[in-house]
Design a protein around this ligand. Structure first.
Ligand code: PHE
Length: 357
């Protein structure tokens, strides 16, 4: 029976199958069909048991020789296919490092001028020892008005064009904050003097035309100490303007005005020559010494403490510094506008490196 198996033919068949395998997958199939548990070589091996003892030895040795030969052929062909696969992969995954860098999110993305100006101002005030404070956009009537010395029937409430929420079951109504001044209240209620904070953020007024949008940005500043006076206020404003407009001299004036939460109060004007419009004054915000009633409302003794506050329009300052003519374009989400006026995200403003470079 054993004689009917032609080992040489089996071997030459298997070797030519191996040589014909075009890839590693095909080669593996050949291996399984030859040496696998129910492969052809294994099948021949199984017959050994049924042979007479004297034949078993020579036949066994012959089958083993076939097995070894086939294994070697499998191994060497595998090496050849593997290096061919590697060559192919190296060729297909080749990177041409001479190509110019493709623009990615870091170079394509732009920081909105408002965000950039906020960063610039944060940098300027941090340098003067101010911390950043925050408050919510949805504010209580009490913090937005009453504690700021604007009681229920005060005419200043009308001037603010407030967005009111529906009153709750206690009759209290929340508002979209009309200015960042409620952050003054929050700060004085939660911190002990000396206080030196700025609070940038969104504010809302029901107003919309070429120079007004229903949402805009302000930055508030508050300083409370035991010997603070208007001279400090004016110095801080002047230093801020010089640093912000990146000039050595800036013409600035405080024009007497009125806010319920400051006394005295003033409007801050800057000479527009700083931005190439000589002879004009531009209003950038309001300021004053914190009204004693506001201090009392926050549990501070006005005999001991006093301080100043100011609030400025960030959008207005961005327009002035970067020569942006239309306020509405700030919020129209026009990508072309953002590409033109926006800032690279790697351009983080620092006093040392230049704010707007
Ligand atoms: N909150 C005032 C406004 O929005 C600005 C201001 C802030 C004035 C702080 C004085 C002091 O018009």
């Amino acid at each position: 029976m054993a004689e009917t198996i032609d080992l040489e033919e089996l071997q030459s068949e298997l070797l030519s199958e191996i040589a014909a395998a075009k890839d590693l997958g095909a080669l593996e199939q050949v291996r399984v069909s030859a040496l696998g548990k129910s492969g052809r070589v294994s099948a021949v091996m199984k017959r050994l048991g049924s042979l007479p003892a004297e034949e078993r030895k020579t036949f066994g040795a012959a089958v083993n020789a076939v097995k070894t030969r086939v294994s070697e052929a499998l191994d060497s062909h595998k090496t050849i296919l593997e290096s061919a696969a590697l060559e192919a992969r190296l060729a297909s995954e080749q990177a041409d490092i001479t190509l110019p860098v493709r623009p990615g999110p870091v170079s394509e993305g732009r920081i909105h001028p408002v965000s950039h100006v906020m960063d610039e101002l944060a940098e300027i005030f941090a340098d003067m020892g101010f911390a950043i404070a925050e408050g919510p956009d949805i504010e209580s009537d009490d913090y937005n008005f009453t504690k700021l010395n604007i009681p229920q029937e005060h005419p200043a409430r009308q001037e603010h064009d407030t967005f009111y929420f529906h009153p709750d079951s206690n009759g209290e109504r929340l508002v979209l904050r009309t200015h960042t001044s409620p952050v003054q209240i929050r700060t004085m209620l939660s911190q002990k003097p000396p206080i030196r904070i700025i609070a940038p953020g969104r504010v809302y007024r029901c107003d919309s035309d070429q120079t007004h949008t229903p949402m805009f940005h302000q930055i508030e500043a508050l300083v409370i100490d035991e010997s603070t006076h208007m001279g400090h206020l004016k110095w801080v404003l002047e230093e801020m303007c010089k640093a912000f407009f990146e000039v050595d001299e800036v013409k600035m004036r405080l024009r007497a005005s009125h806010f319920p939460f400051t006394e005295p109060s003033a409007e801050i004007d800057i000479g527009a020559e700083a931005i190439g419009k000589p002879g004009q004054w531009l209003e950038i915000g309001g300021c004053g010494m914190v009204h004693p009633n506001v201090l009392v409302n926050c549990g501070l003794d006005p005999q001991r403490y006093q301080g100043f506050a100011f609030g400025m329009g960030i959008d207005r300052m961005a327009m002035l510094k970067y020569g942006i003519p239309d306020l509405r374009a700030f919020f129209s989400a026009d990508l072309r506008w953002l590409r033109h006026y926006g800032f690279s995200m790697l351009d983080v403003p620092t006093l040392a490196g230049g704010l707007s470079s």
